[in-house]
Design a protein around this ligand. Sequence first.
Ligand SMILES: O=c1cc[nH]c(=O)[nH]1
Length: 182
Amino acid sequence: MQKRLVLDEGQIEIILRRFCHQLIENHDDFDNTVLLGLQPRGPILLDKIVKLLEEISGVKVPSGYLDATFHRDDFRRRDFPLKANETKINFLVEGKKVILVDDVLYKGRSVRAAMDAMIAFGRPQKVELMVLVDRKLTRDYPIMPDYYGVRVHTLESQYVIVEWAAQGNEKDAIWITEKVNP
Ligand SMILES: O=c1cc[nH]c(=O)[nH]1
């Protein structure tokens, strides 16, 4: 399978540090801010950001994991069983500034579903979106990230792969590959 490297480990580390400084700039002491990682792949990125933010600012920002499987707009149309992941949120979202965190922004459908799922935890004051990779010109919904690591031009026939060392890969890396059956 042909793969093109988009970001290596060092470049990802620089982006994560940039994210933290952007968050500190916009959210000051984080007294009313929470972070939510979108299942299944956002939590890995989220955990890295929470850890790095604590190292840089000394603040441990409340965070949780949000699963939106049953809020997807294709939920009833799928002819194979969907496997839901864990939603783990130990706080109310009511009145909070929420930062949704995910690895890849593609059609915008997962983020729409996530906002739907999030409302069960209260009415947020504000919602922002942070993604590592923004796939340009592929959106089906009018959703744009407030923070993105890299913006890439991709074709429908391509797929962005995010590999984390924490998941058994050799190193953190982001690749573009051709889908096997586009
Ligand atoms: O290319 C894509 C699209 C959605 N999710 C991914 O991980 N990669």
